[in-house]
Ligand binder design. Structure first.
Ligand code: NAD
Length: 252
């Protein structure tokens, strides 16, 4: 634990969607490694609870609102673009306003935050940007047009950031989880169980994880451990990459 703390002592992190799930796990892990964390979330109570727990700062922001994003701090050494949400519908029924909101939250906000924090990172000649993409940044599934389009867009953004930021000591990478045990997935399991007439455990194995070799949901703490690892100095040469943590889904 002592070495772990020293790894990010003095660093300032900003994690979006840090009131729940993977973002909350990232806020906890980064704080445990010594960073001070800006906790950004749409839901005030969740943001404030996480911020209090990790000794950080809460920001209640709708990331679909560029003016609100502009109010966020720019003196950030570690940016974790994590906030996101799912909507499942066939293309003819997919609401255009939901599609647009998904791009705003999962592509435009990461772009705006990246351009906001890069000058500080460049001046320090050190920075880490980690985008929580998905296996759906690398593969498609039916009925997820908004999400798959957004995550593929985030992949492209990450690679351009990597190319422009490399000479300034800043890396940009995507982490690509399969299904992680978070409220976002728990809601889908309940919906799918009702739709298919299956037990929730059957939905996990037969529906969600049908393409993964490992038939278990991933712990959010494991995703957070990979994010923290990418923030270490040992990862200085790892940039422009997309790292699957998907139980073998993309290997098949
Ligand atoms: P979650 O629903 O538990 O947490 C997401 C958080 O983002 C919530 O606290 C929510 O309030 C916040 N958020 C959503 N829209 C926002 C907005 N407009 N402004 C500010 N905050 C907003 O979900 P999670 O499973 O932890 O997902 C986190 C990220 O990981 C998402 O980008 C998701 O696409 C990605 N991901 C999740 C899984 C999974 O299986 N859970 C797999 C791959 C990728």
């Amino acid at each position: 634990m002592g070495d772990n703390r020293l790894a990010l002592d003095g660093r300032v992190a900003l994690v979006t969607g840090a009131g729940s799930g993977i973002g909350q796990a990232c806020a906890r892990a980064l704080a445990a490694a010594g960073a001070k964390v800006h906790v950004v979330d749409l839901h005030g109570a969740a943001a404030e609870q996480t911020a209090a727990e990790v000794g950080g700062w809460a920001h209640v922001v709708d990331l679909a609102d560029p003016a609100a994003v502009d109010e966020l701090p720019r003196e950030v050494d570690i940016l974790v673009n994590n906030a996101g949400f799912q909507h499942v519908a066939a293309l003819p029924d997919f609401p255009p306003e939901t599609f647009n909101r998904m791009q705003q939250v999962m592509v435009t906000a990461p772009f705006l935050l990246t351009r906001k924090v890069l000058p500080h990172m460049f001046s320090r000649r050190w920075g880490r940007i980690v985008h929580i993409s998905s296996v759906h940044g690398l593969r498609a599934s039916p009925f997820k047009a908004g999400y798959v389009a957004a995550k593929h867009g985030l992949e492209g953004l990450s690679k351009v950031v990597a190319l422009e930021a490399a000479e300034h000591g800043v890396t940009s990478n995507c982490v690509n989880p399969g299904y992680v045990d978070t409220p976002l997935v728990r809601d889908q399991i309940a919906d799918q169980a009702a739709a298919h007439g299956l037990a929730e455990s059957e939905v996990v194995e037969q529906v969600l994880l049908s393409r993964a070799a490992l038939k278990r949901l991933i712990d959010a703490d494991r995703v957070a451990a990979l994010v923290c690892w990418l923030c270490g100095d040992h990862a200085a040469h790892l940039t422009g990459a997309s790292i699957p943590m998907d139980g073998g889904w993309t290997a098949a």
